[in-house]
Design a protein around this ligand. Structure first.
Ligand code: SF4
Length: 484
């Protein structure tokens, strides 16, 4: 298998460049695929493997939309594919190792089908060390592009397909907002809606500000138009996406417009359910909390990553808030949104986290009573400040802390289910339960998984369910009379 030459599309990432925050105005562009590229891949098939967060899920939906305008159709069978793309995540080391393992495994398909294109996109290619490794050890990877240039895919496919050249183009820039990219949504009833891209918080452990660029908000008009379109298309639920949705509108130069303003305008579109992620305790203002309490179609579930309960650790993480701020914010939420369900993200074993710091976290978790959490052991990311912090705590100790924390989190999880026993909850039925095709499954407004027996014609509908039993990981219920 002869290595391909590099094309003119050759640009590698620079963490120094990615750290810059200079520009003043977001450049908004309209997407358009050059006519001569339409259907250049007619009859060919693609397969995308998506790793990581909802932002990557949403990007994969755009990539699929673009590939299908080029004539590709989707396949789940990698042996049938003419283009295999790994859309990657850089948040933790083990996620990256898995991807390199996958590239190694997929090499065999190139022997059977030399015209097969293999590509990698997303956050990993935004890292210098990753691209250096790809150039050195993975010469059979045809396409390497990042988070800032998905809209250039038609040209890259043309180059790889017809010129048989490698494309390695990654921009370490602050970023643009490209509107109207084609999109193939993964779900028929609920949709991801990007409201902003990038992040300027620079938490010391996080690689996102370097891989996804600066904070750039889409215009409220474009977002409202998209949600109205989705409602008219029969979507029941939208989830607003951003690395820090509470910072929405902060980059607008011409008019003050906040996340609370956007929530109100979207609630007034009348779509049945609106969710959002990811929030930041430092920027979550009371106006947004009050808005969620004011409109029934703003869901009473808030995912609020707090990461730690120790003021010292929060400072070293550059999270810009204290334990007391978490308590005050949660009180506000419980005041304005009675019965609100709050979940979180927590990191244990951050460099320098002492036993006492960890106890602060446990104390905070118990006092707040989170109804669920994603919990992780700190993973150093090259290029971030925390990767160079002294870290004397042995990994066994960190594992013990994680296990201890998960016990308390699971108690909160179970309590968060128990409180719904005997209640009637509204459930968006999404399909058959994973464990039993006789049973339907969906999510309640408080983002609880609910299993209920019923006719498959209820799939895609929001129905009232009486909760009969709270299991550890889900609720069991029965359809309320009128729905049967
Ligand atoms: S706010 Fe979130 S995405 Fe932004 S730097 Fe912090 S952890 Fe990363």
């Amino acid at each position: 298998m002869k290595d391909k030459d590099y094309s003119k599309y050759f640009k590698t990432p620079s963490v120094k460049q990615a750290r810059k925050r200079t520009f003043t105005e977001v450049s908004k562009e309209e997407y358009g695929v050059p006519t001569h590229l339409k259907d250049i891949a007619k009859g060919k098939k693609y397969k995308i493997q998506t790793y990581g967060c909802q932002a990557n899920e949403a990007d994969s939906e755009n990539i699929k939309g673009i590939l299908e305008t080029l004539g590709y159709s989707e396949t789940e069978d990698e042996a049938m594919a003419d283009f295999i793309l790994l859309n990657t995540c850089a948040i933790r080391e083990n996620a990256e190792n898995r991807v390199f393992g996958e590239l190694g495994r997929l090499k065999k398909y190139k022997r059977h089908n030399p015209d097969l294109l293999l590509g990698i996109s997303g956050c990993m290619p935004q890292e210098e060390k990753v691209v250096n490794k790809l150039l050195k050890s993975y010469p059979y990877v045809d396409l390497v592009f990042g988070t800032h240039n998905i809209d250039k895919l038609p040209t890259y496919i043309e180059t790889a397909l017809f010129n048989k050249e490698r494309v390695v183009e990654v921009f370490s820039e602050e970023g643009r907002v490209v509107e109207n990219m084609p999109r193939k949504r993964n779900h028929p009833y609920k949709a991801w809606v990007n409201i902003m891209y990038g992040c300027d918080e620079f938490c010391t452990y996080c690689i996102v500000p370097y891989t996804r660029g600066t904070e750039r908000s889409r215009s409220p008009e474009d977002i409202i138009e998209e949600v109205k379109y989705l409602k008219d298309e029969g979507y029941k639920e939208v989830t607003l996406l951003g690395q820090n949705v509470n910072a929405y509108g902060r980059d607008f130069k011409h008019k003050p417009y906040s996340f609370a303003n956007l929530l109100e305008e979207l609630a007034l579109t009348g779509i049945e359910r609106i969710r959002f992620q990811t929030s930041h305790p430092n920027d979550f203002d009371e106006a947004s909390v009050q808005m969620i309490g004011k409109y029934d179609n703003l869901m009473p579930h808030i995912h609020l990553p707090v990461q730690s309960g120790s003021d010292e650790v929060l400072k070293r993480m550059n999270r810009k808030y204290t334990k007391q701020r978490i308590f005050d914010l949660v009180d506000q939420m419980r005041t304005h949104i009675p019965g609100v369900s709050i979940t979180t993200d927590l990191i244990v074993g951050f460099p320098g986290e002492s036993e006492a710091h960890f106890e602060d976290t446990l104390d905070m978790v118990k006092k707040v009573g989170f109804e669920g959490a994603f919990t992780f052991i700190f993973s150093p990311r090259e290029g971030t400040p925390a990767a160079n912090f002294e870290d004397p705590t042995p990994v066994e100790e960190k594992r013990k802390r994680l296990a201890h924390l998960n016990e308390i989190i699971n108690e909160g999880f179970a309590k968060g289910h128990k409180r719904f026993e005997g209640e009637i909850v509204k459930v968006l039925i999404e399909g058959e339960s994973k464990n039993n095709s006789e049973v339907l499954a969906g999510y309640s407004e408080h983002f609880k998984v609910v299993n209920v027996r019923g006719d498959k014609s209820l799939i895609g509908k929001i129905v009232p369910v009486k909760v009969t039993n709270a299991k550890t990981w889900f609720l069991e219920g029965e359809l309320v009379e009128s729905t049967r």
